[in-house]
Every structure is written in C-alpha cells, then in structure tokens.
Design a protein around this ligand. Sequence first.
Ligand SMILES: NC(=O)c1ccc[n+]([C@@H]2O[C@H](COP(=O)([O-])OP(=O)(O)OC[C@H]3O[C@@H](n4cnc5c(N)ncnc54)[C@H](OP(=O)(O)O)[C@@H]3O)[C@@H](O)[C@H]2O)c1
Length: 294
Amino acid sequence: MYIDHPPMTALPDTTTKAAPEAPLPHIAFIGGGNMASAIIGGLVKQGVAPEALTVVEPFEASRDALRAQFKVGAIAKADKSLEGADLVVWAVKPQNLREAAGQAGPFCKDALHLSVAAGIRSDSLAQWLETQRIVRAMPNTPALVGLGQTGLFARAGVTENDKAWVEWLVASTGQFLWVDEEAQLDAVTAVSGSGPAYVFYFIEAMEKAAIDMGMSPEHAKQLAIGTFVGASQLAQSAQEPVSVLRDRVTSKGGTTHAAITAMQSADLGALFQDAIRAAQARAQVLGDEFGKND
Ligand SMILES: NC(=O)c1ccc[n+]([C@@H]2O[C@H](COP(=O)([O-])OP(=O)(O)OC[C@H]3O[C@@H](n4cnc5c(N)ncnc54)[C@H](OP(=O)(O)O)[C@@H]3O)[C@@H](O)[C@H]2O)c1
C-alpha cells in the first residue's frame, strides 16, 4: 500500500545526495535479498519512512525478516499495489529477472526502473519492461556496511531528475559513478563488483602467512584486516598516488623491499591484471547468455 505523493518531476535535483526536502518517491523492490536489504537499510537509516517502501519477496522467512528489521511492507507476489511505485528496484538474481519482470513489470510501466542484477543488459530490460526509463547499476557487497561502490548506466529515456533520484538512492549504500557506455559496466563488474573477493583472497593469504609464522588466528586476522583498512584509508586521504606511498615504505635492502621483490619476480601485478580481465570477459559472456530470447 502506498501513501499519496506528487509526481517525481516536481521533485528537486538532489546533487548533494542528501534526502530531498520534497516528499520522497514510493519505491518498490522486486526481490528482498542481500542487495535489496543493503539499499533498504541505507534508506531507512537516512530517515526514509518505511511506508514509502514495498518489497516483493516470495520467500516467507525473508518477508518476515524485512518486516521485523525495517518495518517495510512485504508482499509475496506482485499485485496492483505496485501501480503507485515511482521507482522500482530490481534486485533478484539475474536468472530470475526475466520471470520477475513478466510478473511485476505490467503493474509499474510508468515507473523509473533501477536494476542491480549483474550482467543483464539494459536492452533486455527495456524489452521485458517495455520502457526506456531504465538505469543499470553494478553495486558491490560493501554496500551492506555503507561502503559500496556502484557503477551506473542510464538509457536515453532517463531524465536528469531520474538520475538525481537514482544517485540519492545509491548514495545511501556508499559511492557511485556514471559510465557513458554500457559495456564499461563489465569493467566495473570486474574491478569493484568482484573486487571484494580479491581483497578477501589477499587477506586470507596474509592471515595464513602470519599463522605459519607462529601467530594466533585472532592476531593474524587483526593484523591482516587492519592493515587493509589502514592502508586503504591512508591511500584515500593522501594526495600522492599509491605508487609513491608504496615507494615510501620500501627502502632498498629492507624487509618490504624483500617482499615486493618476491612479488615482482613472480609478476604478481600482471597476473592480477589478467585475472581482472578474465572477470571482465566472463561478464561479457554472461551478458550475452542472459540476454538470449529463448
Ligand atoms: N550480492 C552482491 O554482492 C551483488 C553485487 C552486485 C550485484 N548483485 C546483484 O543483485 C541481485 C540480487 O542479489 P542478492 O545477492 O541480493 O540476491 P539474493 O539475496 O538471492 O536475493 C534475491 C531475492 O529475490 C527473490 N526472488 C526470486 N524470484 C523472484 C521474483 N520472481 N519476484 C520477486 N522476488 C524474487 C529471491 O527469493 P528466493 O530466495 O525465494 O528465490 C531472493 O530473496 C543479483 O542480480 C545480483 O547479480 C549482487
């Protein structure tokens, strides 16, 4: 059920990403899993009234959890109540999106659509939802703690006002950027979408090394994670490029130099770049597969 609201075009541009002063749009989430919960959590934390949000989620336990945690309305399947939605967030698994679009799409033809589904191209979405008012997003899991990175691509049917609303919504989960070409979302997927797993992989390796050297698992975990957090914050606050920061802690003949030399002789940097390109290539293939019409 939705409360009364003015049309979105009457709302102000929100380049500050703060919650706009005008009444908020009504937002429907199709799929109430991890990504939807991250966004809903961010919005509720910003003071968005739970009555402005509705989630379509087939799994009863997930509906109960959403109601308990965020006080939002949760329904088992799409119905006429979605007709009041100004903004629809598609947050189902890519393989479920076409079916979900067939179920919920007819109720929200006039809405602005934001898809967070990995790999589903906006051409397919436009066809399934019969609208050009579509933004595709590629978020990542640190959105769950408000530190996400999201790449955004808008189809030509998306207005500047629409974009401002998308920015406001996505900013509740962290930082974002717009790409001009949809294909660049495959690079976003490869760098930041899959990126948390790369970081976890390196943290695991650091923890193992520390334990091998006789440290307790607790100490190993603290040092490994804390070093990533600390170095990342230092890199973010510094004016210099990270290569300069690295040089500063790598005195010739010292301990860091020994480690970096070992990594360079194994060409770890090139290997890592190849791995990221493999993720980009996979994103392209998945996009082709999900877009098939059979
Ligand atoms: N998590 C990430 O790190 C991440 C990052 C970038 C992009 N994404 C994208 O975000 C999307 C959602 O991911 P997620 O991790 O949030 O997935 P998730 O936790 O599995 O959530 C998807 C939810 O959608 C529900 N659902 C399935 N079919 C539906 C339908 N027809 N109508 C309404 N709801 C339906 C599922 O219910 P059932 O469990 O009952 O099937 C599930 O609760 C995916 O497309 C993914 O590619 C995720």
